[in-house]
Design a protein around this ligand. Structure first.
Ligand SMILES: [Zn+2]
Length: 345
């Protein structure tokens, strides 16, 4: 970019920041980007106040941090990441953090810390990763986000529903979930997937659920004996859409309208998960970060709902924008020109 153009972009970003602080941004959408990190996870939330939360940081090396910075800076106009949440210590989730922190300042890093019974330890570069502040996240915690100005503005909240295999209590009076009686367990997950941080973002009536790579038996804990989550509008398919996760008991309880699968070309987007989504009456659409290129007949969403179709891809993202009142949200796939608006629950 030429120096003048760079300067103009900087001024624009600066002006946007100043304007937003003054106006309280009650007229701005809430945006979520699913950045293509090739079967890892990097979900970027930008609030109407211009604050940012990145859930997971993709893989080690430069490819994924580069992609995150490009989306954050170019698309969202960010100059820092206000919060980064690491769901668990597998390299497709925490691996990009240390490099990312050298490219875009991380103000506050939230993770599981070094806890009793830890099975998969993060490496030294992650433990020494530069961040303004580090916190251990626990069930029930809220990430401190600036509220919207104006008494009629939608309430914005990002809560940790559970982590390290402990979860918040169901709402008082929540009835027993009759589906729990039919639960069939899978072998106990002894990896750190089981310790994944589960988050729920809400903006007025809009609700988005992200459980990292939480697996089958623990997903049941979220909705049995009584449902701790409630309905959501958007479900990020757990564990890249693998069948070791995506327990139908959870998916039925969430009654999501849209599912987003952050799969890779040969990772995730498994048949049982896909069938479960298709059989869930509330689900209106399934989006994928990548086309599933396995040759075993594995499923795929319709072409226009897939951000990247080929192995050699341009790393296109999926984008969601919730309108300023929280009553509708629009999913877009910039690479295919797809855009569709849904009503929140
Ligand atoms: Zn993963």
């Amino acid at each position: 970019m030429k120096p003048l153009a760079l300067c103009l972009v900087s001024i624009c970003i600066l002006v946007r920041g100043v304007e937003s602080a003054q106006a309280g941004r009650t007229d701005e959408p809430l945006d979520i980007y699913w950045i293509d990190v090739e079967g890892g996870a990097a979900t970027l939330i930008v609030t109407p106040m211009g604050e940012s939360v990145l859930i997971d940081t993709g893989n080690p090396g430069h490819r994924d941090p580069d992609r995150i910075v490009q989306t954050a800076a170019r698309e969202a106009g960010l100059r820092q990441l206000d919060h980064v949440i690491i769901t668990h210590y597998h390299s497709d989730h925490f691996g990009g953090a240390a490099t990312l922190a050298t490219m875009l300042p991380i103000k506050h890093l939230h993770d599981n810390g070094i806890f009793e019974g830890i099975v998969d330890r993060p490496d030294k570069s992650y433990l020494e990763c530069k961040a303004g502040k580090r916190s251990v996240i626990s069930p029930g915690d809220f990430i401190a986000l600036e509220p919207l100005a104006g008494e009629n503005s939608p309430r914005l909240r990002l809560q940790c529903l559970g982590t390290r295999q402990r979860y918040i209590a169901p709402p008082p009076g929540e009835p027993a979930n009759p589906g729990c009686a039919d639960f069939k367990p899978k072998p106990i997950d002894t990896t750190d997937n089981a310790n994944s941080v589960v988050t729920l973002l809400s903006f007025g009536p809009f609700r988005f659920f992200d459980a990292g790579d939480l697996t089958w038996n623990l997903e049941k804990e979220l909705v049995c004996p009584a449902d701790r989550v409630g309905k959501v509008d958007v479900y990020q398919a757990s564990h890249h859409g693998m069948d070791a996760s995506n327990n139908p008991l959870l998916i039925r309880a969430l009654a999501t309208t849209v599912a987003v699968i952050n799969n890779g070309t040969t990772k995730g987007c498994d048949p049982l998960m896909f069938a479960t989504l298709k059989e869930t009456p509330s689900v209106q659409a399934i989006y994928q970060v990548h086309r599933n290129l396995r040759t075993d007949g594995s499923p795929n969403a319709e072409d226009e709902y897939i951000a990247n179709a080929a192995q050699a891809c341009k790393a296109s993202f999926l984008k969601l924008s919730v309108d300023p009142t929280g009553t509708t949200f629009t999913m877009s796939v910039p690479s295919t020109g797809h855009s569709r608006t849904y009503r929140t629950h």
